[in-house]
Design a protein around this ligand. Structure first.
Ligand code: ADP
Length: 748
């Protein structure tokens, strides 16, 4: 027994390489044989000498049949039988043996049939759940010794290895098999082990299965196999091979399917939309992370719960209605409805629900994809409210300027009812002039720019045919080719401005009349006083005073004229002469005149144009005078004003440069507006009314030219104007058009 224990204790310490070592050296080199013929595979000669047979049974019934043959043969031949089995196997085995005529009670009483409970027996040699070699020998050794006494042969059925295997203790089962083999070195017995075939999981247990087979001298195939003829076996073998191949293909397919499923699962998880599945009765079976974010419930909370948990109570009916459609195989597409978050907040969602079918096309559940559209709807409602508000006219237009939608305020502005508008107004609105000259350029510049236009004044045609002054701004609607337009009626403001202009006009007239008389009388006085009777001294004094009065009246006249010009300009009534104007001559004349009025500055003309423009020499002269007087006025510490003359093929350019106060950028646009003056502390002392540049700009515009300023604070200023040249043939036509335009008041 000690030698035996030594042999057995080695593998117990290491159940891997060592166990195979013992097996190879001592016992299991016996090649594994598979019984090939005969009705009863466990026939007498199979168990001659020491054998260790293993059977992987397909089911209990076949195991019991095989066992009763194995034990029955033994009993019949006068062998002793030790049966270590589960209670259920004992029961079935005994029934089977008794049915075939054995008196088991007698056999037990005489010690030829020794039934032992597998679990209890095994417990006697387990230490910490593992079979212990010493204890095994102590428990099983005496049993076999007793049974082999008198030279009797012994047959053993051992089910303990199967129990260990079923408990997941595969290494322990293999070790126990090795213990049995070691015991077989000392005693001669036939040992029959059986494992349920279903406990072996193909590839997972492949190595252990092979190991078990190697630990046995014979492998008994399932009954269904042993009962076949040679031919049938070959067929079965081929069939099994085919099945194995098919299974291999199926495994590969299922692995690929699993990969696809994993990819799909990743998509579902990363989706921004809530994706969930449910049974037909509404029990949730899956719940992605977006569902958790949108509804506030975790997957753990929702899987197994009913989907109406996220329904508002007044909407439970909806569930039945949806499921009725799903049962019929009809999907529910982009259905907008309400749901409730875990925190009680109500949501607006757009849901798409589709039936889920099994491989036979039978519907067994539904998948739901839900998008939270609460914010989107809120924004829509907001803009809808703005659209419906009657504070401002709003329209939506496509990129060609075709009006697609308008609000009531807009219709009120143009005097149409909704019905009339539908029928005819878009035609009126999209009149070529409005479209081409205003709306379309505005839309294009908004699209090309930062997506919106500055407010611009224009005229809309009222249904009555009346022109309606409006202020319009546009903003592009992102990701669409449309834009939204805002229209403000400014007719009130315009009327007010008109009244103010009329007032200024009248006031100017009233001022001018007495000044004209005053100037006339002064002329007379001057002539009288210059006669010889007056003393030389008195004459000179009076003449000095009169000259000053004249200069003052000159200034007053200019101011009044300017006021009058602004008024006429607003009314579109500024009168222009039309003639050819030699630019160099005009500039020189004006410069000479202005030079006479100043002792502080020298006016220097640089360059010449040798060209002529078409227009009003007085008005153009007025512009130059204004620029030169400003240059002198706003450069008190300088002594030079430069006048640059330049001409290209198309235009002439006159630039007046001073070296004075300059103008900071923020004022560059505004100084051209009526009555605008830069009101810096230092400038307060400079006289003026803020209309000179307004008039100048208007005059240049009327001559088809441009007018602009380049300046920085304290760095002087350059006021430039450009006028189209008269000589170029290509311009004859446009100048004619311009002339036509200038004849018409309010042409702009
Ligand atoms: P006014 O000279 O009567 O004020 P203008 O229309 O001619 O009116 O000019 C408007 C404003 O532009 C002036 O008040 C002044 O602030 C500014 N400005 C015009 N010319 C110059 C200049 N050469 N240098 C600096 N500022 C100027």
């Amino acid at each position: 027994m000690d030698d035996l224990q030594d042999q057995m204790s080695t593998p117990q310490q290491d159940n891997g390489a060592e166990s195979r070592l013992m097996h190879e050296q001592d016992w299991a080199l016996t090649p594994l044989s598979i019984p090939s013929t005969g009705q009863n595979t466990l026939s007498e000669h199979t168990f001659a000498g020491h054998t260790h047979v293993v059977c992987f049974s397909e089911h209990d019934a076949s195991l019991i049949t095989m066992l009763s043959a194995f034990l029955g043969d033994g009993l019949r031949a006068g062998d002793n039988c030790i049966v270590v089995a589960t209670p259920s196997h004992h029961e079935h085995l005994e029934q089977h043996l008794q049915a075939t005529g054995f008196d088991l009670a007698q056999a037990v009483a005489t010690g030829t049939y020794i039934p032992l409970d597998a679990a209890t027996t095994m417990a006697r040699f387990l230490v910490d759940g593992q079979p212990d070699s010493t204890r095994f020998i102590e428990v099983i050794g005496p049993l076999i010794e007793q049974a082999t006494q008198g030279g009797r042969r012994v047959r053993i059925f051992g089910e303990m290895v199967a129990l260990l295997w079923a408990q997941g203790k595969q290494a322990a089962a293999i070790r126990l098999e090795e213990f049995w083999n070691a015991l077989g070195q000392r005693y001669t017995f036939s040992l029959f082990c059986a494992y349920p075939l279903q406990d072996f999981d193909g590839r997972k247990h492949e190595a252990a299965f092979t190991h078990i087979c190697q630990l046995h001298s014979q492998l008994v195939p399932p009954t269904s196999y042993t009962q076949l003829t040679e031919q049938e076996r070959l067929r079965t073998f081929t069939l099994l091979q085919q099945k194995a191949n098919t299974l291999q293909v199926k495994i590969t397919e299922s692995q690929a399917a699993q990969e696809r499923l994993r990819a799909l699962a990743a998509i579902v998880e990363s989706s921004d939309d809530a994706i969930l599945s449910k049974t037909l009765s509404g029990i949730i079976t899956s719940w992605n992370s977006a569902a958790q974010r949108i509804y506030g419930y975790t997957a753990q909370e929702m899987i197994g719960a009913h989907v109406t948990r996220i329904f508002p109570p007044d909407q439970y009916e909806e569930f039945e209605q949806i499921m009725a459609k799903i049962r019929l195989g009809e999907p529910v597409d982009h259905f907008e409805t309400r749901r409730v978050r875990k925190d009680g907040q109500e949501l607006l969602v757009s849901v798409t629900i589709s039936p889920i079918k099994d491989e036979n096309g039978v519907i067994f559940g539904a998948s739901t994809i839900a998008r939270d559209i609460t914010e989107q709807r809120r924004l829509e409602a907001k803009s809808q409210r703005l659209f419906a508000s009657n504070l401002i006219g709003i329209f939506v237009a496509d990129e060609t300027g075709r009006l697609l939608e308008t609000n009531q305020a807009f219709l009120d502005l143009v005097g149409y009812t909704q019905d009339e508008w539908q029928a005819e107004a878009p035609l009126a609105m999209t009149s070529p002039s409005f479209l081409a000259s205003f709306l379309r350029p505005l839309i294009q510049s908004a699209h090309a720019g930062n997506g919106s236009s500055d407010p611009q004044e224009t005229i809309l045609l009222h249904k009555s045919g009346k022109a309606l002054p409006i202020l319009m701004a546009l903003t592009c609607i992102e990701h669409t080719q449309t834009c939204i337009g805002f229209v403000l009626d400014i007719s009130e403001r315009k009327a007010l401005e008109q009244r103010k202009d009329i007032f200024i006009g009248m006031a100017s007239h009233e001022l001018k009349t007495p000044v004209t008389s005053l100037k006339g009388f002064l002329g007379l006085v001057q002539r009288l006083l210059s006669q010889k009777e007056f003393s030389q001294q008195g004459n000179e004094k009076i003449l000095q005073y009169l000259a000053r009065m004249d200069a003052q009246i000159e200034k007053l006249t200019k101011l009044i004229n300017d006021l009058l010009d602004v008024s006429m300009m607003q009314a579109g009534q500024l009168i222009y002469r039309e003639e050819q104007v030699e630019v160099d001559t005009l500039v020189r004349e004006i410069v000479e005149n202005v030079q006479e009025t100043t002792q502080t500055h020298r006016l220097l003309v640089q360059g010449e144009t040798r060209t002529a423009v078409f227009g009003d020499p007085d008005r153009l002269g007025q512009v130059l005078i204004n620029l030169l007087q400003n240059a002198i006025k706003y450069s008190p510490n300088a002594n030079t004003v430069l006048i640059h003359l330049d001409a290209t093929e198309e235009q002439v350019q006159i630039r007046v440069q001073d070296f004075g106060l300059g103008i900071s950028k923020e004022h560059h646009q505004k100084i051209f507006e009526r009555f605008y003056r830069v009101t810096d502390q230092e400038e307060k002392t400079y006289p003026g009314m803020g209309i000179g540049l307004t008039i100048s700009q208007e005059i240049i515009k009327r001559h088809g030219g441009r007018f602009w300023v380049e300046s920085e604070r304290n760095k002087g200023a350059i006021f430039s104007l450009s006028l189209p040249l008269i000589q170029r043939e290509s311009q004859v036509l446009s100048q004619e058009e311009e002339r036509e335009r200038m004849k018409q008041p309010n042409a702009e």
